[in-house]
Design a binder for this molecule. Structure first.
Ligand SMILES: NC(=O)c1ccc[n+]([C@@H]2O[C@H](COP(=O)([O-])OP(=O)(O)OC[C@H]3O[C@@H](n4cnc5c(N)ncnc54)[C@H](O)[C@@H]3O)[C@@H](O)[C@H]2O)c1
Length: 270
């Protein structure tokens, strides 16, 4: 099996893409630390995985908590070989605020003339901006730093950062999410070029729209519109993104360094 004897940390593994990734890695032989801020979800997923999976509760936006979590994983499972930085939030308060305006724009689009402004960027509070950046970008940094401390001395490791096509293209109405994901992609490239000489590969997945609990922050009409915009005509299943993450974590991807793969059903083709 591809990950026999390896220890993997998957953040945000209590749900969606993270859970699916944890399943692929554990099914392929890895001992998986199911790291999540949600205690119950982490426990449920860890209990359902094969091998010696463990739940680990931590907020990735808290650097001290991240360091404690990695110490716990190393004590219980051994040094970390694979890190998947996946934990994320959709920015629920902003989504709820702009939903009526998005739906107004969708109705206007049918007439060929959109006049309703989204008023998204001007309405984002300092707290909303900070939380988005802290969970996604700071969290990815904190976990990467903690993992590298044990990976580089051992000259081995693979890190996969789950970004989004919003980080490539910019998603209308979600500037904080787009900025966080774009930052993750630049961070991926810079760190990858630095640590490849120390045996650690770092790559990213810029996923299109995926049918997970995160997507349920949008109304059914908004989700249907995203599916229609996607050339493949539907949102991704979490397992389709997990397969990409597992590929990048595996030796099959040995020549991928700082790359961004875009499983997006044709929305983004580079
Ligand atoms: N769903 C999509 O359409 C989509 C598209 C592209 C990228 N992504 C990205 O994929 C990743 C996973 O998203 P998902 O759709 O599976 O969402 P999800 O809501 O199903 O799962 C996210 C998980 O992250 C956990 N989490 C949230 N904040 C955390 C924190 N501070 N510390 C630790 N854990 C935390 C949650 O408890 C949850 O279990 C996210 O980074 C998201 O931005 C999602």
């Amino acid at each position: 099996m591809r990950f026999d004897g390896m220890v993997a940390v998957v953040t945000g593994a209590g749900s969606g893409i993270g859970e699916a990734t944890a399943r692929v890695l554990a099914g392929d032989g890895a001992s998986v630390a199911v790291l999540d801020i949600n205690t119950e979800q982490a426990r449920l997923v860890a209990e359902s995985l094969p091998g010696s999976a463990r739940p680990v509760v931590a907020n990735v936006a808290d650097s001290a908590a991240v360091d404690r979590a990695f110490a716990e994983v190393e004590a219980e499972l051994g040094p970390v070989d694979i890190l998947v930085n996946n934990a994320g939030i959709p920015g629920r308060s902003l989504t709820e605020r702009i939903t009526p305006r998005v739906e107004a724009q969708m109705a206007e689009a049918a007439t060929g003339h959109i006049t309703t402004p989204l008023e998204s960027t001007v309405s984002i509070t300092d707290a909303e901006w900070a939380e988005m950046l802290h969970v996604h970008l700071f969290g990815t940094f904190y976990c990467t730093r903690a993992a590298l401390r044990s990976m580089t001395p051992r000259q081995r490791g693979a890190i996969v950062n789950i970004a989004s096509i919003c980080g490539v293209e910019g998603c209308t109405g979600f500037p904080h999410y787009s900025a966080a994901k774009g930052g993750i992609l630049s961070f991926t490239r810079a760190v990858a070029k630095e640590v490849i000489l120390q045996g650690v590969r770092v790559n990213a997945v810029a996923a299109g729209y995926v049918d997970t609990p995160m997507a349920e922050t949008m109304t059914p009409a908004m989700r249907a519109a995203l599916a229609v915009q996607t050339p493949l005509g539907r949102m991704a299943r979490a397992g389709e993104i997990a397969a990409t993450a597992a590929f990048l974590a595996s030796e099959d991807a040995s020549f991928f360094v700082g790359a961004t793969l875009t499983p997006s059903g044709g929305l983004v083709t580079v």
